[in-house]
Ligand binder design. Structure first.
Ligand code: HEC
Length: 175
């Protein structure tokens, strides 16, 4: 089937571009060593604000849709902020793999490379997780949220993330 073939090719391109973005490790050995304590823990304190209803089915991350962005922000704080940061700032030294070879959570603001990916890729990564997205045995701490968030809710989170980007970066994001 042509469309499956195309989908596969685009996933492979996406995987390649993920690798291209990812730093190859090493190199930064002069950098101050982080403390031994893992940085992820003790940050899981989701705000339990009630999530407003999304009307109907959402099929896209429209950053100019105020209601979608509002819902997305609440979901972001509950499901993503513990790793990606309340201000979308990501984890410290996010370009450096840890001792087990895992990358920390990158920022979703303009300093990261989230905006280098088209919406469809961001959606897939969020839905199925980076391991399934990249395939080929790649290991990652970015889990998939398909059991926790509906497709519409994933689009809402992405709409919020994009709404934090400047118009210039929003335009620069590949479509
Ligand atoms: C348990 C920590 C954790 C949580 C919670 C988390 N992420 Fe991630 N995320 C990561 C890590 C780690 C990576 C980097 C994965 C890699 O490249 O191996 C990542 C990568 C990503 C990427 C790819 C970014 C890029 O530039 O390639 C997207 C998109 C993403 N996360 C979206 C989300 C969204 C949306 C949520 C909330 C619904 C979320 N993440 C929640 C840890 C997390």
């Amino acid at each position: 089937m042509i469309s499956r073939g195309l989908a596969l090719i685009s996933v492979m391109i996406a995987a390649l571009s993920l690798f291209a973005c990812a730093p190859s490790g090493g190199g930064d050995s002069g950098q101050a060593r982080q403390s031994e304590a893992p940085t992820e823990e003790a940050t899981l304190a989701p705000t339990e604000a009630p999530v407003p209803e999304l009307e109907g089915t959402v099929d896209g991350a429209d950053a100019s849709d105020a209601h979608l962005v509002e819902v997305g922000e609440i979901l972001y704080q509950q499901y993503c902020a513990s790793c990606h940061g309340a201000e979308l700032e990501g984890q410290p030294n996010w370009k450096q793999r840890d001792e087990n070879g895992f990358l920390p959570a990158p920022p979703h603001d303009e300093t990261g490379h989230t905006w280098h990916h088209p919406d469809e890729q961001l959606f897939e990564i969020t839905k199925i997780g980076t391991e399934a997205f990249v395939g080929m045995g790649y290991r990652s701490n970015m889990i998939g949220f398909e059991d926790q968030l509906s497709d519409s809710e994933i689009w809402a989170v992405l709409a919020f993330i994009k709404s934090e980007w400047s118009p210039r970066i929003q335009r620069a994001q590949p479509k």
